[in-house]
Every structure is written in C-alpha cells, then in structure tokens.
Write a protein that binds this ligand. Sequence first.
Ligand SMILES: CC(C)(COP(=O)(O)OP(=O)(O)OC[C@H]1O[C@@H](n2cnc3c(N)ncnc32)[C@H](O)[C@@H]1OP(=O)(O)O)[C@@H](O)C(=O)NCCC(=O)NCCSC(=O)C[C@H](O)C(=O)O
Ligand SMILES: [Mg+2]
Length: 295
Amino acid sequence: MRCGATRTPGAGRMHPYRSVLYMPGSNPRALEKARSLPADALILDLEDAVAPDAKGTARDLVTAAVREGGFGKRRLLVRINALDTEWGRADLEAAIAARPHGILLPKVSRPELIETVAAGLPEGHPSRVWAMMETPEGVLNAAAIAGAPRMEGFVLGTNDLAKDLGTRHRPDRLPLLHALSQCLLAARAAGLVCLDGVYNAFRDEAGLEAECAQGRDMGFDGKTLIHPVQLEIANRIFAPSEEELALARAQVAAFEEAQAKGLGVAVLDGRIVENLHVETARRTLAKADAIARMS
Ligand SMILES: CC(C)(COP(=O)(O)OP(=O)(O)OC[C@H]1O[C@@H](n2cnc3c(N)ncnc32)[C@H](O)[C@@H]1OP(=O)(O)O)[C@@H](O)C(=O)NCCC(=O)NCCSC(=O)C[C@H](O)C(=O)O
Ligand SMILES: [Mg+2]
C-alpha cells in the first residue's frame, strides 16, 4: 500500500488501517461485539484498559478469542503489558501461542526490546511486532525502533506522551506535532504502518473529525479509537474521497496517454503530472480497492 516506502511492503501493508479500535480484554461483551463492528483492525488490550486484578482473566479471554477467530478481515493486535511488569512475560507467552496478526508492546523506548521479542518468536511464526510510541526516549529512538526485526507498525500513545512531556491537551495538538512527525518519518523510512493516537472525548464528533483530518493530512494510515461510536468518522476521513479517486484516475489516464506519445510528463487541468504523482494516484486507487475488499 505504501508504495513510496523504502522496504518491500509485507502483507500487512496491503490492509487498510483507517479505524483501529481498542477494547478492554477483560470485557467479554466488547470482545464479542467486535466481531461485527466495522473496524479495520482491533487492539485486544491487556494493558491500560484492564484493572490489575483482572489481568489474568483478560489474558485468558483475549487469547481464547484470538484462537476462536470469527473476526473476519479485521486484523488483530494484542497489546500486552510491559515486560518489566508482573504480567508482561506471561502475556507475551500467551500472545505468541495465540498467534494474532500483531503483538503490540507498550511504552517502547529502545530497539533492544523489539529485538528480544523478535528473537523469542519461532521461525515462521505469523505474528509481527508493533510498538506503542509513547515515551520521549522512544520518540528519540524512533528510527532504530522502526528498523528492528519483525516490526510492522507504530501506534502513537498520545496520552502517555502528553503526560511524560508535561504538555497540555490542545485541539491543534501543537505541543505533540514534533513527536508525531518524528514517528511518522521513522515509520515511513522503514515501510511501517503508522497509526495516530486516540481522541479521548468519544462523544465529541466534531473534535474527533478535526483530529482525524489532521492525522490524515500528516500522513497517518488511520486513527486508534476507544469506542464504537468513533468508527464511522475514522473510516470516512481516512478513506480517499470521491474527488480524490476521480483525480487519481484522471492523472493515471493523462500520464498513460502522454507516455503513449513518448512524453514523460502530462498536463491535467493546468498542472503537471509526473511519474511520482502517478505513484501517489495508484496508491490512492489501491487503498480504495483494499477498503472495498473489507466489506
Ligand atoms: C470508554 C468506555 C469505558 C465506555 O464504555 P460504556 O460506558 O460501556 O459505553 P457504552 O455504554 O456507550 O457502550 C455501548 C456498547 O458498545 C460496547 N463498547 C463500548 N466500548 C467498546 C469498545 N472499545 N470495543 C467494543 N465494544 C465496545 C459496549 O459493550 C456496549 O455494547 P452493548 O452492550 O451491546 O450495548 C469503553 O468504550 C471502553 O472501555 N473503551 C476502551 C477504553 C480503552 O481501551 N482504553 C485503553 C486504550 S487507550 C490508550 O491506552 C491509549 C495509549 O496507550 C495512550 O497512552 O494514549
Ligand atoms: Mg499508553
């Protein structure tokens, strides 16, 4: 999907990630409901959404749900507790045994953590590694983390990041923009998926829509979400619009026509269309196809 990435895209890159819904692993009703919700991916959470005395139950529920399946084309990530907590090692072992699409590690600050987890995945194991980017040290090490083995994606943890940076929450997210951009740069350089953080006020539709549009314009693949009511907005904002698709088709057609005449550049409505624009156009069309395949 990310044709401009410097690494050959894996199968995960061909999947849309417009909407990625967290659900507490301790909530069987939410786990069941998730099988029919219109999310591109799900994060079955064992970390912050789960109270300490429910950690063991959540681990059992989540791994049973992954094994049972029934989630259709939705990709499944299991977010485990940090390996230096009392639950982390058991979570990792259980997640490896359950074989979700991705194992999401919280509060990743250094590439060595990814290397350790990747080394524990048996040869040919299907799970890829994902990193929560939510500590100042992690953001500073983003390129090294992105380049670590088995990595497939970054998830921005904007709540933890704001806490550690001491920033205030602002609608324009100005205090976080440097960190968001740095993680995006690192992810793109390594050909990874990159997902924006959550919008906490889940009943505030206008606020969510604005933040999704900002994340989309920055280049994120999609938004992480905390409540099903947020799905429609993320799915709509992160999908190519009809206007974008029409432009993409026209650019491809104009360029192919120019090429047939032996030209390297086309002109469409007074603007040049070069190879690189066609690459973007084809990516837009491929994204729409991938979204269509979700239903
Ligand atoms: C925020 C919530 C606690 C609200 O829950 P609730 O009051 O139950 O909401 P509703 O009554 O409106 O729910 C309506 C129905 O939808 C289901 N539901 C609710 N949330 C989810 C969900 N996330 N996934 C699936 N289904 C969900 C309810 O079960 C109801 O179903 P029904 O019975 O059929 O009517 C709750 O939404 C929630 O717990 N959300 C997830 C919170 C979470 O995961 N937080 C951790 C991730 S965020 C984070 O950690 C970010 C990062 O690390 C950072 O640092 O930024
Ligand atoms: Mg967090």
